[in-house]
Write a protein that binds this ligand. Structure first.
Ligand code: C2E
Ligand code: CA
Ligand code: CA
Length: 863
């Protein structure tokens, strides 16, 4: 046996501390050698017999055996098998102890020094081992032979015992040396090495015995011996290469497995380098990756396990290296002999003595080079087998790198998609989904006494910007505002564009309400700063609603909804900023319940209609009744119309509702006519009803069906909301007017109807809102409004109705101002049909008797 290794990479650096160990071992070997040499060996006599071999011949045989050794790979260990037993046995039988020892030393020294280039402690160890082998073999052989016949059974036993004993002892010592050197020898490897060694020893020993017998007794066939020895040597070689093949496959398999695992973790380069360095037993490994034909990144794994990655500074050298290995599909370089000066210099600078390089390819072609440098261990240069292995590794590495690049691409794409899914394309701000998620997280992270705020920002009249300046300007405004918000608010805030001209801000921590208002004011100030577009300078304004968590809710959807309610309140009040207040909330649970309740109330026809009279102020004569809806719900109790009419308007239920009242009221009017009480009937319509398709036709049909004269029907139109399409609305009013129906503007003074409108509308009457009427006797402002409205209607040739007349004083004051009609509790409250019928009949009877008496009087409150 012979000490071959260092085996594993990185070991050279640690070699220093093991040298002491190797030296100690060498000394431990030399001690028994000295004892044997001085003691038993001196007494041993040379073998008897006719044939003697001169020791220099034996030395030459030893040298040949050492040089012709075969390295056999056992996983990480290399063991050498050689034919050294051949000269050993020949020496025992044909030379004698002294000659044998001399020959082994004389043959091993030049073989080890010149052939294997061993020096220093390793050489010393191996020489000491040779000495020990020779001494041990001599002593064991003599002891077992014990004067018997060397050619006989005894001789055979002595030979094999000596050979096996030396082999075992020397193998054990080599293992000990390896252990001292790199710390670990796999048990399986030890066993395999020992068995292989023993088998080889017995085989070679047998050949040697044959040689001895032949040389002693029949030299004529001695020429056969080199043939048999040669064959045996070739057999060892074949076995070794088989093992190496096996080993290579095993490494490749491992490489593929390790690298493919690295693909997932994104450490492909590092893994390729580590594996290549280990598998090829190199001191360092280096990966240069090219893109667009230029070397871009160099990653190096050095002897001390440091991984270094950076741009390629020596581009020319890297390109030359790739060109060279492309030409030959991988090259083995002795740096000293590299003829490309830049390449040589670059390699030398990195301490490369010898190297092997293979090209890396992917589907597009060559993409880099994989280099391993400075072969470690005894087999000091990279060989043909290594080159095949490196090429195979490079092939695998290319595939792995490409796959990892694909994985990177996929990761990037996924990240982009995720960004797109969570961000607004125009402004790059968070979108609704991300905003909700952030709010959810912030709520989860909220401390026990902490609050957060959600601000909802809606630009005022942004539609006009889009309509008049074009969408590209609109986009520019939104982008600029988004950027301003991002600049002006702390990073901890999430700013989102929810869509259109709606933004939202999450203020993750607000110590009090004032802090939330402060954030809202910052936002508002940013919106209002002038904004330069290509053509002109714009000023944008916005309304902001604030909802606080936990005060107003602890769920992202609810908070946004409540901020939205507050935002609308801010818009309506022109106040700019409002904090959510539950009583304003049109999305309150009650409102939601009422929507459902109203729908079913209409279906079940549980809505009723009450009637309130309108009378001439001058003589108290009733001119008509106003139909007013009542909803007494079994679940909700009585719901006032002021609450459910706006709900009906905003949900579209108003259409069904108005149709219902119209029919009920028309039927009632018909019934009163039939009873000889021909009075007008007023029905309230929302301005929205006017745009319902087929409204005019329906009213036509209704009048025809009931036979009610059109002039008895008054439609009171409340302009609760802005007239969305004035032209269409006015057209409908004209058609109704043309049909002979009277039209009244209800709640005049509170809605949006301007005086300018009034002139263009084909109306017959104006109902001044009760708010002014009720206050007119106490509030001079209200009185002034009543007075001017009376004048206005008179000038326009319209009749004026004062509603909400609650007392005698108001009645008289209105009469004095010249108002024509009145309605209110002073005359009568709204009454259910039966009651209204009774009231009406009594009123008409009183009137006939009163007119018989002649003279006008103010009506008595009748209840
Ligand atoms: P409106 O059309 O102005 O109806 C007059 C409201 O004033 C009625 O309230 C009536 O009860 C009340 N009122 C009558 N006299 C007095 C008085 O002397 N003092 C005071 N303080 N109030 C008086 P109501 O019935 O609660 O109706 C409220 C509003 O609901 C109506 O105001 C009307 O705008 C709407 N509305 C009622 N029924 C209908 C309907 O069938 N269709 C539509 N579209 N709206 C309706
Ligand atoms: Ca009315
Ligand atoms: Ca009114």
């Amino acid at each position: 046996a012979e000490l071959q290794v260092p085996v594993s990479p990185g070991e050279t650096s640690g070699m220093g501390k093991h040298r002491v160990g190797t030296s100690a071992l060498t000394a431990a070997i030399l001690a028994p050698v000295a004892v044997l040499l001085l003691g038993p060996i001196r007494d041993l006599s040379p073998p008897a017999g006719p044939m003697r071999l001169p020791w220099p011949v034996l030395a030459a045989l030893f040298a040949a055996a050492v040089l012709l050794r075969v390295h056999i790979q056992f996983r990480r260990e290399v063991h050498s098998v050689n034919l050294v037993e051949l000269p050993l046995v020949l020496g025992l039988h044909l030379v004698g102890p002294a000659g044998l020892i001399a020959a082994q030393l004389a043959g091993s020294i030049p073989a080890l020094v010149l052939g294997s280039r061993q020096t220093g402690r390793k050489l010393a160890f191996n020489l000491a081992l040779s000495l020990l082998e020779a001494c041990l073999a001599s002593v064991v052989f003599a002891a077992v032979l014990n004067g018997g016949d060397p050619d006989g059974t005894r001789g055979l036993a002595a030979t094999f015992t000596a050979v096996l004993a030396t082999d075992l002892v020397s193998a054990a010592l080599v293992m000990a040396a390896i252990r001292l050197n790199d710390g670990q020898v796999a048990r399986r490897d030890v066993l395999q090495a020992l068995v292989t060694g023993a088998v080889a020893a017995i085989t070679t020993g047998s050949l040697a015995m044959v040689a001895v017998v032949v040389l002693r007794h029949d030299r004529q066939v001695a020429w056969l011996l080199p043939v048999v020895a040669g064959t045996l040597f070739l057999a060892y070689r074949a076995y070794a290469s088989l093992r190496e093949q096996h080993e290579r496959l095993r490494r490749l398999h491992r490489f593929t497995r390790v690298v493919s695992r690295a693909e997932q973790s994104g450490t492909v380069s590092a893994t390729i380098l580590a594996q290549a360095r280990e598998l090829l037993r190199a001191e360092r490994a280096e990966l240069i990756l090219f893109s667009d034909g230029r070397p871009r990144v160099r990653t190096t794994l050095g002897p001390d396990d440091t991984l270094d990655s950076g741009p390629v500074s020596d581009q020319a050298a890297a390109a030359a290296l790739l060109a060279r290995c492309l030409a030959e599909e991988g090259v083995t370089l002795q740096v000293a002999t590299v003829d490309h000066p830049e390449l040589r210099e670059a390699l030398e600078r990195r301490g490369v003595v010898n190297a092997m390089v293979a090209p890396l390819r992917d589907a597009t072609g060559p993409v880099g080079t994989l280099l391993v440098a400075n072969r470690l261990g005894e087999v000091s240069a990279f060989g043909g087998q290594d080159r095949t292995l490196l090429q195979t590794l490079a092939g695998q590495a290319g595939v792995a790198l490409e796959r990892s690049r694909l994985i990177d691409d996929l990761r990037r794409e996924a990240a982009e998609r995720e960004h797109q899914a969570l961000h607004d394309g125009l402004t790059g701000l968070a979108n609704r989904a991300l905003f909700n998620e952030r709010v959810r997280q912030a709520i989860a992270a909220l401390g026990p006494n902490a609050s957060l705020a959600v601000l909802l920002v809606d630009l005022d009249r942004f539609k006009e910007v889009n309509d008049t300046l074009g969408h590209s300007t609109g986009d520019l405004v939104l982008r600029e505002l988004g950027a301003r918000l991002q600049r002006s608010l702390p990073d901890s805030h999430t700013i989102a564009r929810l869509g259109g001209d709606e933004f939202a801000v999450l203020v993750p921590a607000v110590p009090d309400r004032e802090a939330a208002l402060g954030a809202a004011r910052t936002v508002r100030a940013q919106l209002e700063r002038p904004l330069a577009t290509e053509e002109l300078e714009l000023q944008v304004a916005g309304s902001i609603g604030i909802a606080l968590c936990p005060e107003h809710g602890a769920d992202p959807g609810l908070l946004l909804q409540r901020a939205d309610v507050a935002m609308y309140a801010a818009k309506a009040a022109h106040s700019g900023i409002e904090v959510y207040a539950a009583d304003r909330d049109q999305y309150s649970p009650r409102r939601l319940a009422l929507i459902t309740g109203l729908r079913s109330a209409i279906e079940r026809q549980i809505l009723t209609v009450v009637y309130q009279p309108k009378a001439e102020l001058a003589d108290g004569r009733v001119v008509g009744m106003e139909a007013l809806l009542r909803w007494h719900d079994p679940d909700h109790g009585p719901v006032p119309p002021d609450e459910f009419i706006p709900i009906a308007e905003s949900t579209g239920l108003i259409a069904a509702l108005s149709r219902y009242v119209l029919e009920v009221a028309a039927d009632q009017a018909r019934a009163w006519i039939d009873q000889g009480m021909s009075v007008g009937m007023a029905v309230n319509l929302s301005v929205r009803n006017l745009l319902e398709p087929g409204l005019v036709d329906r009213i036509h049909r209704l009048l025809t069906k009931t036979g009610m004269p059109p002039g008895l029907l008054t439609l009171e139109i409340t302009e609760g909301a802005v007239m969305t399409d004035p032209a269409a609305t006015i057209a409908v009013l004209r058609q109704l007017s043309a049909a002979g129906v009277r039209l009244s503007i209800d709640d005049f003074g509170t809605g949006y109807s301007s005086l300018a409108y009034l002139k263009r509308l084909p109306v017959h009457e104006v109902k001044l809102d009760k708010a002014f009427v009720i206050g007119m006797t106490s509030d001079p402002n209200d009185a002034a409004i009543v007075r001017s409205t009376v004048e206005l209607t008179r000038n326009l040739g319209l009749r004026m109705v004062a509603e909400g007349v609650e007392d005698q004083a108001t009645w008289q004051a209105l009469g004095a101002l010249g108002c024509e009609l009145a309605q209110g509790y002073h005359l009568a409250p709204p009454m259910p049909p039966d009651q209204a019928t009774v009231w009406l009949r009594r009123h008409l009877e009183q009137r006939t008797s009163a007119s018989a008496l002649a003279g006008s009087r103010s009506p008595q409150r009748d209840r």
